[in-house]
Design a protein around this ligand. Structure first.
Ligand SMILES: Cc1cc2nc3c(=O)[nH]c(=O)nc-3n(C[C@H](O)[C@H](O)[C@H](O)COP(=O)(O)OP(=O)(O)OC[C@H]3O[C@@H](n4cnc5c(N)ncnc54)[C@H](O)[C@@H]3O)c2cc1C
Length: 412
């Protein structure tokens, strides 16, 4: 049996594996090759929803999707890639072993960047992973039992990229739900970022985001950087000036870097640590290796580098899986090219904002955009829930979806 091995069962890895299984089925080669996927957890985490509560719906048990597709799940962590010997070392529960591959798809995703800021490692929370998001929520639930200090119900979110904005917009309501009625007025949420305005890169959505955060009573601190933090406070710096905010909760949303496994391939990584891949998702200069999702960089429309996003990770996976099988059996590979780009940012109880294009032109906002965001977070990015092989294979086909639909501002 030949083997197509996928590392990681996030958006890119799951769709790589399903797409590879679909292509094997299409070529009637299922008795000649297996698709195996290595992932530390038995679930697929819908990571983009980690700012939400409750988190249970964000987990998809992998066997419910991989089983019908005939993909083998190996619950383990990949530790080493030997791309010359075409072998991957894996570890699980203290034991290690190696797996040979004929085609490898690296889809191990990304991790939160953690610069060496005093106190960051020890005292900050994050929503980068399911575990991180659970830990944050568990901490918030302990707040009412803590001594009544000034910062008990203050949460400071550092980093006003999409993740930080989405979390900051949720936190006032989440905190108010946790605290006693008489303490609701003590809830305070601050969103800090080093750029000169909050949501600076959000084009036509920038003002919408500021308005939404203002109406949600989120305090904005642009132009500052995180200097240090401890269990009770955070210190923000602006040039020589510093501001100390008493806060029992500090959440770090400082950006992502590709998984360290990418550095094991003999390639020159991009500044985000990503493996350069061609239009067919082949790692440049590494025979037999494909890469997809946050640990890969493709020119998504032939010109612009892909963005670390599930928007790009899912189609990258579909094409990587398809092409790995095509390459193995001498079938024609398909180039990936996506000529549209959208950003849909959740703004908590206020609604959401939807932009299109790389310059982020405003398309819809408020409850209209929120309805679109709900569809994306609850349906569009999930594998079919029927558990039927034909539904799963249909969804895994190497085709580019149309942009999420929304009611446009200019059509109202
Ligand atoms: C809070 C939040 C909100 C976001 N919002 C959006 C959004 O609105 N829209 C959008 O497009 N993107 C959003 N993103 C970004 C998006 O989640 C990522 O870009 C996306 O998850 C990348 O998919 P991936 O498959 O490459 O990586 P991941 O989803 O991170 O999956 C990687 C998988 O690989 C596994 N893995 C890691 N190391 C190993 C190893 N050594 N061996 C085996 N398996 C391994 C992991 O356990 C995981 O299952 C958001 C991210 C966060 C954190």
């Amino acid at each position: 049996m030949k083997r197509i091995l996928v590392i990681g069962a996030g958006f890119a890895g799951l769709w790589s594996a399903l797409s590879a299984a679909r292509k094997l089925d299409e070529l009637h080669r299922t008795d000649e090759a297996e698709v195996a996927i290595v992932n530390p957890a038995p679930y697929h985490s819908v990571r983009v929803r980690n700012y939400e509560q409750p988190l249970d719906p964000t987990l998809v048990q992998l066997d419910t999707v991989l089983g019908p597709a005939g993909v083998r799940l190996i619950q383990a962590k990949a530790t080493d890639i030997d791309s010359t010997a075409r072998r991957v070392s894996i570890a699980h529960d203290g034991s290690t072993k190696t797996l040979d591959y004929d085609r490898l798809i690296l889809a191990a995703g990304s991790v939160l960047v953690r610069p060496p800021i005093p106190g960051l490692e020890r005292f900050s929370f994050d929503v980068d992973t399911y575990a991180g998001a659970c830990k944050l929520q568990a901490h918030l639930l302990t707040l009412p039992a803590l001594p009544d200090t000034p910062g008990r119900y203050t949460a400071v979110v550092i980093g006003a990229g999409l993740t930080g904005i989405e979390l900051a917009a949720e936190l006032p309501a989440r905190l108010r739900e946790i605290v006693a009625d008489c303490d609701r007025g003590k809830v305070r949420v601050v969103l800090a970022d080093r750029s000169t305005t909050i949501a600076q890169s959000m084009g036509g959505a920038q003002q919408v985001i500021e308005n939404a955060l203002t109406s949600l009573a989120v305090e904005m601190r642009p132009g500052v950087s995180l200097a240090s933090l401890d269990a009770q406070s955070v210190t923000l710096a602006h040039g020589d000036e510093t501001e100390r905010i008493e806060a029992a909760t500090v959440v770090w949303c400082g950006g992502m870097h590709a998984n360290a496994l990418a550095a094991q391939l003999p390639v020159t990584l991009d500044p985000l640590g990503r493996v350069p891949v061609d239009a067919f998702l082949r790692a440049e200069g590494v025979p037999g290796v494909f890469a997809a999702g946050d640990c890969a960089r493709i020119l998504i429309d032939g010109t612009r580098p892909s963005v670390m996003s599930c928007q790009h990770g899912r189609p990258m996976g579909r094409y990587a899986g398809n092409n790995a099988v095509s390459d193995l059996f001498g079938d024609e590979m398909l180039p990936l090219s996506i000529d549209w780009y959208t950003t849909i940012c959740d703004l908590g109880p206020w609604g959401a904002v939807y932009t299109e294009g790389w310059d982020r032109r405003l398309v819809s906002e408020g409850e209209t955009a929120k309805a679109t965001k709900r569809t994306i977070n609850g349906e569009r990015i999930y594998p079919p829930k029927t558990g039927l092989r034909e539904d799963i294979f249909r969804a895994a086909a190497p085709v580019v979806q149309t942009p999420p639909s929304t009611q446009r501002l200019d059509k109202r």
